[in-house]
Design a protein around this ligand. Structure first.
Ligand code: GLU
Length: 306
């Protein structure tokens, strides 16, 4: 699954991407990310790509994809080539998952969401230890389906029971080896602290879900596959994805993908100090535009000056 520098296309220029999900309208948080991507790509003489992360067909809408393109044009954020739509590339994600399966680094998980939560609560009650959570605050998977025999797995699959795929974290860390684990790091150029190496801590995610029961991939798999296939050298995205990068570095290493440079930027917060979100009523760029704000006003509102 590796790629060579030769595959990277014309020249050795830096490649950036802005990767929104078309499950709602863009707000100021997206504007900051898009504008930073554009500004840094421009300063580095790099190219900016647009990727629509639309693997969740239930939540994504064509109207939102159209609105994203329109809002970015209004903001004067231009990209090279045709936007990549993840929903058109399930085969690429499948082949990454197959490569991990061939090395026995993933296992099918038949647990429903409710069963995962109940098992985690039962373990906490039995051990008296508060249930551990992943960096996003979700309870860590206790490993119910990791223990299943291969005969039992085959039986459930033959019955047609829907299965997610989870990474066997212990096996994956074993597969990269002691030396590999020491070099699981990334170059961080995010706000403030200057450029530095950050040690990846993928174990914090436990047996992370790599394909959902209802979607044959996951954010984590699709993003590392696309960043590699599109030759992305610089990932500029919000700080809320900082810890996910630890898991992404592990997947990149297992799949033979190069490590991009990462820039995790500050988030735009609402008056209550929360990350902007549609569900908390953040105004969309559309709303602000309708109220008469200009792209320069948006720049100022996200703290990028005039
Ligand atoms: N699709 C993600 C989002 O809208 C961004 C993922 C990324 O930049 O890696 O939050």
């Amino acid at each position: 699954m590796g790629r060579t520098d030769h595959d990277r296309g014309s020249g050795d220029g830096r490649v950036f991407r802005f990767a929104p999900s078309p499950n709602g309208l863009l707000h100021l948080g997206h504007a900051l990310s898009a504008l930073l991507n554009r500004d840094i790509a421009r300063a580095e003489g790099g190219r900016l790509l647009l990727r629509l992360e639309d693997i969740d067909r239930e939540r994504c809408r064509e109207a939102f994809a159209t609105a994203i393109v329109d809002d970015l044009r209004w903001l004067d954020v231009a990209w090279t080539g045709t936007p990549r739509r993840q929903s058109e590339h399930f085969a690429a994600y499948r082949s990454a998952l197959d490569a991990l399966a061939a090395r026995r680094l993933v296992f099918p998980c038949f647990c429903t969401r409710g069963a995962v939560l109940a098992a985690s609560a039962a373990k906490a009650a039995a051990t008296g230890v508060p249930r551990p959570t992943d960096p996003d605050g979700a309870p860590l998977y206790v490993g119910t389906c990791r223990q299943l025999s291969s005969a039992e797995r085959a039986r459930r699959i033959a019955e047609g029971r829907p299965a997610a795929l989870r990474l066997d974290m212990a096996a994956a860390l074993e597969a990269v080896g002691a030396e590999g684990r020491r070099s699981l790091r990334w170059r961080e150029c995010g706000d403030g602290a200057g450029e530095r190496d950050v040690p990846a801590e993928p174990a914090a995610w436990g047996d992370a879900m790599l394909a959902r029961r209802d979607v044959p991939t996951s954010y984590h798999v699709s993003v590392v596959v696309d960043d590699a296939l599109q030759g992305v050298t610089d990932v500029v995205r919000g700080r809320d994805l900082f810890h996910a990068t630890g898991l992404h570095r592990l997947l990149q290493t297992l799949l033979g993908f190069p490590a991009p440079r990462y820039h995790h930027h500050r988030l735009v917060l609402d008056a209550g100090g929360h990350k902007l979100s549609k569900s908390r009523g953040a105004p969309s760029l559309r709303d602000l535009r309708r109220e008469g704000l200009s792209p320069a006003d948006i720049r100022r509102l996200v703290g990028l000056g005039g």
